[in-house]
Design a protein around this ligand. Structure first.
Ligand code: F58
Length: 818
């Protein structure tokens, strides 16, 4: 009973009901007879929002407090998930609101389901930002999440004839009760044009950027409540609009159509979230988006600094700005521009401020995922920034040359400008040079960053490189999305696990051998599986048996994540049963979910393969009651509620050295799934935490992966010598899963037999062998349950609260508010 909202809620239940009715009437203009379910949802949402207003306004006032250091989390993506349930949990008013809603004769779950997924992110990176905002607020660290208010978020996925179809995500269509528009907080953003030099009245060299056009960024604020701590933080997203003065200017000239064109382009900037792996054509707008939100955010930071009555020299004592990957890394050049061109700073002072304010998190080792922009694109969109980047690069390389002892290759490798072939600006280099700290997101990933991708930078400044292993918030991922498990935890170890996962969850260990406790544990998992089976039936019309082993792989579709390795195992099992119908297999349901980038042909073909295998397997009476395959459409935060908690087995099977961390691995394990996984990303640390005996490890280690490829890997040899694998590949090739069409899956087969860049064939034997161990283990349900309990007990480290504490101590140097 520690928040004000809670007190209001529990004291005034009839008032809660009345508040909902008032909101329905005054904000929706509806009576109870006219109201749709969505109207009711909006009315409930406003009721909950009102209850956090006091905390939020307090926070907004505190932003003006000179002594507070604020974390600015710059991220092109925030995958917040539905707000209503989460806000109710964090405010500690879940039951009160639920009761009030039910007393109004409404189905509470239906109300929750009305909320659209605010899908402002692609996957792990965007969701991490959301978990971090939750933890920042729960730990009472003043923070602002800065990003883009995309009008269309990540596309909705439909499956037609086994193929992914992308449908526009119109999440704002029916309004968003969680945001407040702040038209008074807006900034002009320049784009394109050219620069000109001049000397000011004091004879100082100055540069003037004459843009081709300007757009305006308007702030939309969403409150982020902490967990039962009366704190709230701010998610500030920018929407682009036309600058009125430009409209009028063109209009007065009589060129109405040009004015309208301007307006359309201006509004395009925040129109749509780019799905990853997009081709060239989206590049210009993507760079414009990045610059747009970074410039708005930095201008906002400088405005706050002034409002606090502080001078800009002290900016790094007031703000730490974390760049979530390279998407905001133009911040390095933009902060320099704002300081030098618009605030009259000289270079050295500006550079000092920039470096001490900024820090950079890297989320990928894949070379093709490291952002770079051609010089021509950069010059045409951000001419002034290109000049500044050249200057940063010159100064940096001059220092490097002193240390490089004539090693020109080293200088080329470190340069921000990639000079091999077409010239590019390498954003990771810019981010690294402009930051005081660079971190990877798991121990292995950070080591590989230091050893390979950023090795030269590491050698130059080893003290800059740190690891902060990712984490996820137990409030959404256990308390909200697995209420039965949460209740069992609280009943047995108290409720402190919600905020002290590391010290509290471990107390579960002592129940691992308790038969009564195991029974309850099993029942909860079973009930969660029944619920998922129900949803699967609704959405796919496939009937699955909750008594089967639920083997789940949900994540973005990508070859390195190796959903196709999983499929090869399914076909292997299918083949074994077909060849010998009396084969004793553990009954399994294989469940997949995840979106493929619209331009990523192979990923989309893998979805088609999964669905094609599903169709054959699910309709073959020889394997009925043994294996089933499901592709769960439109996997997102909202839908994931049913998924993680229902898993027996979590598939984390990326090629070692490719997955930076993974966070789904954490969500599954925290909810009692056992992991089958490679020694990759944060799997390594999960393996260490839960113990080898509670984890199904297989496959090559990162080292072995490099060695294998270095020594000339020949997948075809594996195919031709491994009979079981050969039968699997041949089955696909024969057209069994493609209605006789032997061409459909040829690109997958060709890739596997030709290059097999992700070593699927190399790990096949080890994977299927390990899957056999899984089956054997599942046969001993009691022992399985024990392992499941121990998994949860030992996952405390993977709370995002721990990650945020590490960021605070090691990188941001901020202290939580008392
Ligand atoms: C993910 N990256 C990593 N990128 O793949 C994953 O290992 C890690 O756990 C997670 O970040 C959090 O650190 C990721 O999700 C994207 O979605 C990019 C979005 C922008 C376009 C390129 C991909």
């Amino acid at each position: 009973m520690d928040t004000n909202a809670e007190k209001i809620a529990s004291r005034n239940k009839p008032e809660l009901k009345q508040a909902i009715l008032d909101n329905l009437y005054y904000l929706r203009g509806k009576s109870t007879t006219l109201a749709t379910m969505h109207d009711w949802y909006i009315a409930v949402a406003y009721t909950v929002r009102n209850m956090m207003m006091k905390n939020w306004v307090k926070l907004l006032e505190r932003l003006y407090n000179k002594d507070l250091k604020i974390v600015g989390y710059l991220s092109a993506e925030f995958l917040m998930g539905p707000h209503l349930g989460n806000a109710m949990i964090n405010l500690g008013i879940f039951d009160d609101i639920k009761n009030a809603v039910e007393e109004l004769d409404l189905d509470f779950n239906q109300i929750l389901q009305q909320e659209e997924e605010p899908g402002l992110g692609n996957g792990g990176l965007g969701r991490l930002a959301a978990c971090y905002l939750d933890s920042l607020t729960t730990l009472k660290v003043p923070a602002i999440g800065y990003g883009i208010r995309y009008e269309f978020g990540i596309f909705d996925q439909q499956i037609r004839d086994g193929w992914q179809i992308e449908v526009t995500d119109k999440w704002l269509q029916r309004g968003n009760p969680w945001e407040i528009a702040r038209p008074e907080i807006c900034y002009n953003i320049k784009l394109g044009g050219y620069t000109e030099n001049y000397y000011d009245a004091e004879g100082k060299y100055k540069v003037n950027w004459v843009p081709y056009y300007e757009v305006k960024g308007i702030a939309y604020d969403t409150p982020v409540p902490g967990y039962k701590n009366a704190a709230a933080n701010l998610l500030r997203l920018w929407k682009s609009e036309a600058v009125e003065s430009f409209d009028f200017y063109e209009f007065n000239k009589g060129d109405y159509y040009e004015a309208v064109d301007e307006k359309i382009f201006s509004e395009t900037i925040s129109k749509i979230l780019y799905p990853n792996d997009e081709p060239e054509k989206g590049k210009r707008l993507r760079l414009a988006q990045q610059y747009f939100f970074v410039s708005c955010s930095l201008q906002d930071v400088l405005r706050l600094q002034r409002l606090r009555g502080l001078n800009i020299d002290g900016l790094s004592s007031s703000f730490n700005l974390q760049m979530n990957d390279t998407h905001p890394s133009i911040a390095v050049a933009e902060l320099m521009r704002l300081l030098i061109d618009e605030n009259n700073f000289d270079w050295d002072r500006a550079w000092n401020i920039t470096q001490s304010c900024l820090s950079y998190t890297n989320h990928t080792l894949l070379p093709e995922a490291l952002e770079k922009w051609t010089l021509s694109l950069f010059a045409s969109l951000l001419p002034r920034h290109l000049e500044i980047i050249y200057e940063i690069n010159n100064r940096f390389l001059n220092e490097v040359k002193i240390k490089a002892n004539g090693d020109n290759q080293l200088v080329r490798r470190l340069s921000i400008i990639d000079e091999d072939g077409e010239r590019y600006v390498r954003m990771a280099h810019l981010a690294c040079i402009g930051s005081h700290a660079v971190n990877g997101v798991s121990a292995l990933h950070t080591e590989l960053l230091k050893r390979d991708v950023m090795h030269d930078f590491y050698e130059l400044a080893p003290e800059k490189f740190l690891n902060v292993t990712n984490g996820v918030t137990p409030r959404r991922w256990i308390k909200l999305y697995n209420p039965k498990l949460a209740a069992l935890l609280t009943a047995n170890i108290g409720e402190r696990w919600n905020t002290s996962l590391e010290t509290e969850l471990i107390k579960l260990e002592k129940f691992a051998d308790n038969t009564g406790f195991r029974e309850k544990w099993k029942q909860i998992k079973h009930q969660n599986k029944i619920d998922l089976a129900h949803i699967i039936k609704q959405r796919t019309n496939i009937e699955v048996d909750p008594n089967s082993l639920f083997d789940i792989q949900v994540k973005r579709l990508h070859e390195y994540k190796r959903q196709h390795l999983n499929v090869l195992h399914i076909i292997h099992l299918y083949n074994r049963i077909k060849n010998n119908p009396s084969t004793d297999v553990v009954q399994r349901t294989f469940i997949f979910g995840g979106k493929a980038a619209p331009g990523y042909f192979m990923a989309k073909l893998i979805i088609k393969l999964i669905n094609s295998v599903a169709e054959v397997v699910n309709n073959d009476s020889d394997v009925a009651g043994k294996i089933k395959v499901v592709f769960f459409p439109d996997f997102n935060v909202k839908n994931s509620e049913y998924v993680y908690r229902a898993a027996d087995l979590s598939e984390q099977i990326s090629t070692a050295g490719k997955e930076a961390s993974g966070t789904g691995n954490m969500k599954f394990s925290m909810n009692g799934a056992l992991t089958i996984g490679t020694y990759d990303g944060a799997n390594v640390e999960i393996f260490e935490a839960v113990g080898a005996e509670n984890f199904f490890l297989f496959g090559l280690k990162a080292e072995e992966v490099y060695e294998t490829t270095r020594n000339g890997y020949r997948p075809y040899e594996i195919y031709s010598t491994n009979q079981e694998l050969k039968e699997v590949i041949d089955l696909i090739q024969s057209g069994v899963f493609s209605k006789g069409d032997t061409n459909l899956f040829k690109p997958i087969i060709d890739s596997l037999l030709g290059q097999d860049p992700y070593l699927v064939l190399k790990d096949f034997q080890s994977y299927t062998g390990c899957q056999q161990k899984v089956s054997d283990a599942y046969n001993d349900k009691d022992h399985w349950t024990k392992m499941s309990i121990l998994n949860v007990a030992r996952m405390g480290k993977f709370s995002s609260d721990r990650s945020i504490r590490e960021y605070c101590e090691k990188i941001w140097h901020v202290k939580p508010l008392e």
